[in-house]
Design a binder for this molecule. Structure first.
Ligand code: SF4
Length: 192
């Protein structure tokens, strides 16, 4: 049977040619996909790009030995995730390139006042500097009473903004910590 022109495009060129020749390439496609993620470990996570927070499955190769760094080989949408049900937009589909990218920043960096460049610092330095800035800012700006004399105990000079990959548990701790400092401006990127 000769396929119509419309049917040819519906099937795709490869599928149509295979159909004409009398064999089915779907099994070959399925086999090649199976090979790509065979022996991988699946890790469920969230796309970090936007507030939709789509679920993803990250496939890594590695034998779980302590001296082996797992290698990410594939990222796809999580079909069991209620937000996206397996779908990803083009940004999420390219997440693989975000994970394995030589331009990815892996160390904390700081740009000092008046400086024109970012400087690498250690994690210990980063913790120490952030803690020092928080204490200084809070000490200098803490508001105990508002204009009407009501006790408010708030710190309006610090804000907290979380990312969409933060878990509920992380956000719970973040909110508790910020509230204990009197921080009132709390926000999170995720809208799920
Ligand atoms: S896959 Fe697209 S829509 Fe989903 S979280 Fe990522 S950027 Fe947002």
């Amino acid at each position: 049977m000769s396929p119509t022109r419309r049917r040819f495009f519906q099937l795709g060129a490869g599928g149509a040619v295979a159909s004409v020749l009398g064999f089915n390439v779907q099994k070959a496609y399925a086999a090649s996909r199976e090979l790509k993620i065979a022996r991988t470990t699946e890790t469920r996570s969230l796309c970090p790009y936007c507030s939709v927070a789509c679920g993803v499955i990250i496939h890594t190769l590695g034998d779980n030995a302590k001296n082996v760094t797992p290698q990410v080989v594939h990222v796809e949408g999580d079909p069991d995730h209620p937000t996206n049900r397996g779908t990803l937009c083009p940004k999420g589909s390219s997440l693989f390139q975000d994970i394995l990218n030589e331009r990815r920043v892996l160390k904390p960096q700081v740009r000092r006042p008046g400086s024109d460049h970012w400087e690498d610092i250690t994690w210990d330095q980063a913790y120490e500097e952030v803690a020092r800035h928080i204490k200084k800012t809070r000490d200098e700006t803490f508001v105990e009473k508002d204009a009407a004399g009501h006790t408010v105990n708030r710190c309006e000079s610090i804000a907290w903004n979380g990312g969409c990959t933060d878990t509920n548990e992380f956000n719970y701790l973040a909110v508790k910590t910020m509230r204990s400092l009197g921080v009132t401006y709390l926000e999170n990127q995720a809208r799920v």
